[in-house]
Design a protein around this ligand. Structure first.
Ligand code: ZN
Length: 450
């Protein structure tokens, strides 16, 4: 399929687009919502932004999308760009979380600045090719090696400003924040404009010792964030072991300390297996605290419930519907890509959304779930908003004249085709991308298309 040819003019119309109503800040008068939650619109693009919305048939000229869908610029709220694309040299031997941790730890001996930068930049190019306009990446942050990853992040964030809005969060085991190294790491995060993050993954695993001082470590972590006015982004309870109850502990700690900065919690898999009463209490605490949840459905399906010779019994995802029903924002994101934590992937958020729909039953109706890769992560981690209302940047025309059900079922190879308001950006993406994965990606790797 060819890319969409967009006019070079600074202002033009996209005619007869299908837009999920959930993307709109307000109803468009004269544009009814159909049975799939979609409206047909003409969109005027001016200076790279959506300047005007009108019912289909309003514009007298412009690019005819013939009912093709238009999505906003997509926002990937949880990725690992410093770890991406190491699969070819450090595969996960058994597909387990423990196997992933061991392989990644061993691979870090390769992580000099050139190695991280090449893979990081390639991941960004893949995401950009798929229509992503903002990402939050986690940076493996074992002090002092962490300084290399953070240096790469700062350089690429600044170099790509205006094309991809990039944020970063630290990730390392909670215990790493003890002592002077913890303070040095928190300083590095603060000086980089980052978000303070850690992982409790492994707590609750059968091979993980019970840590008596867990609450002390959690309070130490919060203190470091408060002293530097940092937001938090946490890998929490990424396990099927119900002894992992850190989400509850984090929410309770934030409430007790009256913590004011945003908190995003990723994974929260174990919550789906907790007794109903404890799960409800945890969700209530999260709602009261204002915690935002990000689910990583493809990685969870890959890692959770895996054991030699066994068919997985559960899907690994957190209680997305129950969180949403309680007013807790829920995003879906890529997480890992071509590394020991996930052997596949291409930073394709439409693929992530499609899989989330299937895995977490975000359908019948689709409702507001399309926001989970746009407006919701825009608000929760604090990116610029991503909606189709006038004044917002970046529409994503996808001129496939199909209803939503077919779109969710469609093959990703048929996308993407262009960025509204950014004619010529395909060439821009080419400049962003190395020719191929620096470690020789075998599949995925949209960046190499340019
Ligand atoms: Zn992650």
């Amino acid at each position: 399929m060819p890319w969409l040819d967009l006019p070079a003019a600074p202002s033009f119309w996209l005619r007869d687009a299908r837009v999920a109503a959930g993307f709109l800040a307000a109803p468009v008068p004269g544009a009814p919502i159909d049975t799939e939650g979609v409206v047909r619109l003409d969109l005027r693009i001016s200076g790279g932004q959506i300047a005007e919305l009108a019912p289909e048939g309003s514009a007298e000229d412009g690019v005819d999308l013939d009912g093709g869908q238009v999505w906003p610029g997509l926002i990937d709220a949880h990725v690992h760009l410093d770890k991406t694309q190491i699969w070819s040299r450090s595969a996960n031997p058994d597909g387990t979380h423990a196997g992933a941790r061991a392989a990644s730890t061993a691979d870090r001996t390769h992580w000099d600045e050139a190695d991280i930068r090449g893979r990081f930049e390639f991941g960004l190019a893949c995401a950009y090719a798929h229509g992503t306009v903002a990402m939050r990446t986690h940076i493996d942050s074992y002090w002092p090696q962490a300084q290399i990853g953070w240096r790469v992040f700062r350089a690429l964030r600044d170099a790509l400003a205006g094309r991809i809005e990039l944020q970063a969060s630290s990730i390392c085991p909670l215990g790493q924040f003890a002592g002077l190294d913890g303070a040095a790491l928190a300083d590095e995060v603060a000086n980089s404009g980052g978000v303070l993050g850690m992982s409790t993954t492994g707590i609750g695993d059968p091979d993980w010792p019970v840590i008596a001082s867990l609450q002390d470590q959690l309070d130490r972590f919060f203190t470091l964030a408060e002293e530097r006015d940092l937001a938090l982004d946490l890998h929490i309870d990424e396990t099927g072991d119900t002894r992992a109850r850190m989400l509850h502990a984090v929410a309770a700690t934030a409430l007790r300390r009256n913590f004011r900065r945003p908190i995003q919690c990723g994974h929260c898999c174990a919550l789906a297996l907790q007794p109903a009463e404890f799960a409800a209490e945890t969700i209530r605490l999260c709602a009261e605290t204002g915690i935002a949840i990000v689910s990583l459905p493809m990685c969870n399906m890959y890692l959770q419930g895996r054991a030699p010779g066994q068919t997985p019994r559960w899907r690994g995802v957190t209680l997305a519907h129950e969180f949403a029903a309680s007013g807790v924002p829920v995003s879906f994101a890529s997480d890992n890509c071509r590394d020991p934590f996930y052997a596949y992937g291409d930073y394709d958020l439409i693929e992530v959304y499609r899989e989330a729909v299937r895995i977490a039953h975000l359908d019948h109706p689709f409702g507001l779930w399309p926001r989970s890769v746009g407006a919701t992560p825009a608000r929760s981690p604090g990116f610029r908003a991503s909606r189709h209302d006038p004044g917002r940047r970046h529409g994503r025309p996808d001129p496939v004249p199909r209803p939503v059900h077919d779109r969710i079922a469609g093959a990703s190879a048929e996308r993407p085709r262009g960025f509204a308001g950014r004619p010529g950006d395909r060439r821009g993406a080419a400049r962003l991308s190395p020719a191929r994965s620096p470690t020789g990606a075998i599949d995925g790797g949209s960046g190499r298309r340019f």
